[in-house]
Design a protein around this ligand. Structure first.
Ligand SMILES: NC(=O)c1ccc[n+]([C@@H]2O[C@H](COP(=O)([O-])OP(=O)(O)OC[C@H]3O[C@@H](n4cnc5c(N)ncnc54)[C@H](OP(=O)(O)O)[C@@H]3O)[C@@H](O)[C@H]2O)c1
Length: 252
C-alpha cells in the first residue's frame, strides 16, 4: 500500500494534493491545525485509509510527538512507498527588517524550514528500518532564489529548504537507497496565502500592487492545476532527486 503524508492539507495546495492522491487510490494522512471535512468524505466514499492529525508545526514538541505517532501507525502497516509532502507554509511576517516582531519571525522559520527538516529526518530514519521507500517533496517558492523586499524571513526559510533538499539528496545518493527528495516551486496560486499578501501594507511590502494585479487580472493559478502537475511528476517516477522543480517546467 502507498501512503501520502501531507502537511497543510486543510486548504490551498495541500488540499488539492490530498484530493488527487485519494483519486489515485493512495492512502492519505493529513497534518494541520484544522481538518478538511471534504477530504474525509472523499476518502470514506472511496473506501480508502485516511487519518487527520492536528498539529501546530511551529511547536517542535508537537511535531516530534505527532510524527512519531504517525510513523508508528503507518510503518506497522508495512507500506511499500511513502510520499511525504512538506507543504504547510506561512508568509508572515511581511515587514521590513528593523520593524519585525520576534514571534512571527520564529514561527515562520519553524513552519517553513524546521518542521520539514524534523519530519523528513523522522521518516527517513523509520523508513530505513522498515525497508520502505520514502519520497519527500518540499514545497518551496520562487522567493527562495529571488529577494523580495518585505519577505526577508520567508525568502530565507525557503532558501534554506532548497539547500536542505539538495544536501539531503547527496546523502541519499551516497546510501544507494531508492529514497528521493525534491523541492517544488508552485508559482502563484489563488489561496489564502495570497489573500494575506494582498492585505499587507505598501510600506511593508513594495510589490503590493503587483500582487493585487495578479488577482484582478486572474493571473493566479488554480491549486488543482498545480497539484496535478506535481502529483503526475511524483507518481510517474521520473523525478530526479535533489532537483528544484518549478511548475512552469511541468505545465506547457
Ligand atoms: N499561494 C502561493 O502563491 C504560493 C506561492 C509559492 C509558494 N507557495 C507555497 O505553497 C505551500 C502551500 O501554500 P498555500 O498557498 O496553499 O497556503 P495556504 O492556503 O495559506 O495554506 C497553508 C496551509 O499550511 C497550514 N499551516 C500553516 N501554519 C501551520 C501551523 N503552524 N501548523 C500546522 N499547519 C499550518 C494551514 O493549515 P491550518 O491553518 O489548518 O493549520 C494550511 O493548510 C506553502 O509552502 C507556500 O509557501 C505558495
Amino acid at each position: 500500500m502507498k501512503y501520502a503524508i501531507i502537511t497543510g492539507a486543510s486548504r490551498g495546495m495541500g488540499e488539492a494534493i490530498a484530493k488527487r492522491m485519494l483519486e489515485e487510490q493512495i492512502a492519505v494522512v493529513s497534518v494541520s491545525r484544522t481538518e478538511n471535512e471534504e477530504i474525509r468524505q472523499l476518502a470514506l466514499e472511496n473506501g480508502l485509509f485516511y487519518k487527520h492529525y492536528s498539529c501546530n508545526l511551529s511547536l517542535e514538541k508537537e511535531i516530534q510527538e505527532v510524527f512519531m505517532e504517525i510513523a508508528h501507525c503507518i510503518y506497522q502497516k508495512k507500506p511499500n512507498q511513502i510520499y511525504l509532502f512538506n507543504n504547510a507554509g506561512v508568509i508572515e511576517p511581511i515587514e521590513t527588517v528593523g520593524n519585525l516582531d520576534q514571534t512571527p519571525i520564529i514561527r515562520n522559520i519553524q513552519v517553513n524550514l524546521i518542521a520539514p527538516i524534523l519530519i523528513t529526518n523522522i521518516f527517513l530514519n523509520k523508513g530505513s528500518l522498515a525497508g520502505t521507500t520514502v519520497h519527500a517533496i518540499n514545497i518551496t517558492s520562487g522567493a527562495a532564489t529571488r529577494s523580495i523586499e518585505g519577505w526577508s524571513v520567508y525568502c530565507s526559510a525557503k532558501a534554506g529548504l532548497n539547500m536542505f533538499t539538495q544536501t539531503t539528496a547527496l546523502e541519499l545518493a551516497e546510501m544507494k537507497t531508492n529514497n528521493k527528495i525534491i523541492a517544488f516551486s508552485p508559482g502563484i496560486m489563488d489561496t489564502k496565502m495570497q489573500e494575506t499578501i494582498r492585505s499587507s501594507s505598501k510600506g511593508a511590502f513594495k510589490e503590493l500592487e503587483k500582487f493585487i494585479d495578479y488577482k484582478e487580472k486572474s493571473k493566479l493559478q488554480k491549486t488543482e492545476v498545480v497539484a496535478n502537475a506535481l502529483v503526475d511528476l511524483v507518481l510517474n517516477g521520473s523525478a530526479e532527486s535533489g532537483k528544484i522543480y518549478h511548475v512552469s517546467d511541468l505545465l506547457n
